[in-house]
Write a protein of this length. Structure first.
Length: 245
């Protein structure tokens, strides 16, 4: 019995040391991965990297990590225009099947899914916010975006008719969709400006707009988008997503 107790104590101590070594190793790996991701994506702040699964050391031995979660705040994504960017808030992604090179200089995830958000204030920069003539004597521009409920965006449009600015903005409920690498806002119904009949194409030149978002980390892509309380919520996905290298 005494020998069995000693053996159990040794097993417990060795198990504790293994767990400690495993957790120290995963902490080091997370910091290293965060630094490499920050450098490769030229991020202003260090991202959050969390390596899931236990034990970590056996995953390292196999050359593949089961699940890695990445969080990036205030990511400046390219918009396709010369030097243009749009700020993505709280971009998070879960990377599955992450394979890394022997010297740990590069890592690629088999698949990735995640979420991101763009504030209405940021998206408003895409709309025509300067008064634009849509008919003789009629100018209009988008002055605000907000949550319209039921997954819709409420677009506020200001108009001036024959030199007289309408006292209140005209509000339009719009549908937001993701098509390829572009977020599109499309008015469900067209507004009327002071009873003036206008061509649909002229009105939609103001109410409808789109924002291209490319250059997301690792090559992940837009999947779905919908209106939320403070902005649009975006679902992203990808395959063969590069984390570093």
């Amino acid at each position: 019995m005494r020998a069995l107790r000693i053996l159990l104590i040794v097993v417990v101590i060795l198990g504790g040391l293994f767990v400690l070594a495993d957790r120290l190793a995963v902490g080091f790996a997370e910091d290293e991965a965060a630094g490499r991701l920050q450098a490769s994506e030229d991020l202003a702040a260090t991202p959050d990297v969390s390596i899931k699964g236990f034990p970590f050391l056996t995953q390292v031995a196999s050359g593949t990590l089961d699940d890695v979660e990445v969080g990036i705040k205030d990511y400046e994504a390219a918009t396709g225009t010369q030097g243009g960017t749009i700020r993505i808030d709280d971009l998070t992604a879960s990377m599955k099947g992450v394979e890394f090179s022997g010297d740990y200089s590069s890592a690629t995830a088999a698949t990735a899914t995640g979420t991101a958000s763009v504030t209405y204030a940021e998206l408003l920069k895409t709309a025509k916010s300067e008064p634009t003539q849509i008919a003789p004597g009629v100018t209009a521009n988008v002055v605000g975006l907000s949550d319209g409920g039921n997954g819709k965006i409420k677009v506020a449009v200001e108009a001036t008719v024959l030199g007289n600015k309408l006292p209140d903005p005209v509000y339009v409920l719009s549908t937001v969709t993701a098509q390829g690498d572009t977020v599109r806002v499309h008015a469900d119904d067209l507004p009327s400006f002071g009873g003036v009949d206008l061509a649909e194409s002229r009105v939609r030149a103001i109410t409808d707009f789109e924002q291209k978002i490319d250059g997301l980390p690792g090559g992940i892509q837009l999947d779905k988008v919908q209106a939320a309380k403070n902005g649009v919520e975006i679902t992203v996905k990808g395959s063969n997503v590069r984390l570093a290298g």
